[in-house]
Design a protein around this ligand. Structure first.
Ligand code: NCD
Ligand code: ZN
Length: 343
């Protein structure tokens, strides 16, 4: 039986939600990740340091006994975010600021409507070394959903990297060859996270043979050639790309609906699926750097000293997860076999 031992990984893009849901989501991530960058798209969103610290405490309170899992908090950028908000966030130990274009995804109504007015805020972030995490899609209704990421690069991201060259940027959950190539063309201050679903699936997995709502996430799955390019860049071992699951739970009824929510809940199988992806690419030797080294190096944090071990052993991802109120969540890759298992 093959086994692989890794430095303990971190998840650089994650949705924990809030309230009782934390009792489900926090143990799922804390079982194998040492830290996670926690997305701020709650209702209402986490827009200042005080809210971020209170949210952090709720997450810490939901950790399993004995866990030393550490949430890394983010602020939700709005048109009103000020230089003073950024300074207060840095002082409070907030790790990053998340930019959602208004209307881009789940709970993004309060998000920014234009980037240029925020350039002074970005200058301050560059000065203080605070990373900007970007959901990179345009949201105008004229742009085809499959072109939204590419258009965001051309209209917003390329100009921003030119205008505020000292700013650290993570292009989150990239889905296209265009995004991968753009990140490669930038300085070392620009990196990207990649999810398991965008490495494993393409839009056929969403639409062929029937609509599969549990594969619906944003940015939407793209054509096969984009998936292949993402596989290539992780296989190359480039330090610009690192693990970010974008694990984003929604209840079964919210997903299996006439207007279903976007998000795949992958926390219970993510590190295992990444292992399978790297193994299938013949690049298992590149998994540790992607999962455990590139992220801390980008964020300027220490690497974890603990280790985890994965063994090659088939197991079936559960069909559903029961919640406290009788609702269920259908996890990502439900009912399918994963070849790697956390020991
Ligand atoms: C995320 C969510 O549900 O919060 N959904 C998703 O499809 N990825 C939001 C996001 O990261 O876009
Ligand atoms: Zn996300």
């Amino acid at each position: 039986m093959r086994a692989i031992t890794l430095r303990k990984p971190d998840d650089w893009h994650l949705h924990f939600r809030d309230g009782q849901m934390l009792n489900e989501t926090v143990p799922a991530t804390a079982r194998c990740f040492a830290r996670a960058i926690v997305m701020p798209n709650l209702v209402p969103p986490v827009v200042n340091a005080e809210q971020a610290l209170r949210y952090k405490q709720r997450i810490m309170d939901a950790r399993p006994a004995g866990s030393d899992f550490m949430p890394l908090m983010t602020l939700y950028l709005t048109d009103q975010t000020s230089v003073a908000d950024i300074r207060a966030a840095v002082e409070s130990g907030v790790s990053a600021v998340k930019l959602y274009p208004a209307g881009a995804t789940t709970n993004s109504d309060a998000a920014v409507t234009g980037l240029t007015p925020l350039y002074p805020v970005f200058e301050e972030m560059a000065e203080l070394g605070m990373p900007l995490l970007i959901h990179g899609e345009v949201t105008d209704l004229q742009t085809d959903i499959f072109d939204r990421e590419k258009q965001f690069i051309d209209e917003h991201l390329a100009p921003l990297t030119q205008a505020v060259s000292g700013l650290k940027i993570v292009f989150e959950h990239i889905t296209t060859a265009d995004a991968a190539d753009f990140v490669l063309s930038c300085s070392e201050r620009v990196g990207a996270t990649i999810t398991p679903q965008h490495l494993m699936l393409d839009r056929n997995d969403l639409l062929v043979g029937g609509i599969r709502p549990h594969n619906y996430c944003l940015p939407i799955l793209k054509r096969n050639t984009h998936k292949l390019r993402l596989q290539e860049v992780i296989k190359s071992g480039s330090s610009k790309f690192f693990l970010g699951t974008d694990s984003a739970p929604h209840t079964r009824s919210a997903k299996e609906s006439p207007c279903g929510c976007a998000g795949c809940y992958s926390a219970w199988s993510a590190i295992e699926l990444y292992a399978q992806i790297f193994d299938d690419l013949g690049a298992l030797d590149k998994l540790e750097a992607f999962a455990s080294e590139h992220g801390p190096r980008f964020y300027g944090l220490d690497m974890n000293s603990q280790r985890i071990t994965l063994i090659e052993q088939d197991w079936v991802i559960p069909e559903h997860i029961k919640l406290w109120d009788g609702e269920t969540i259908v996890p990502f890759y439900a009912g399918q076999t994963c070849r790697w298992k956390l020991q």
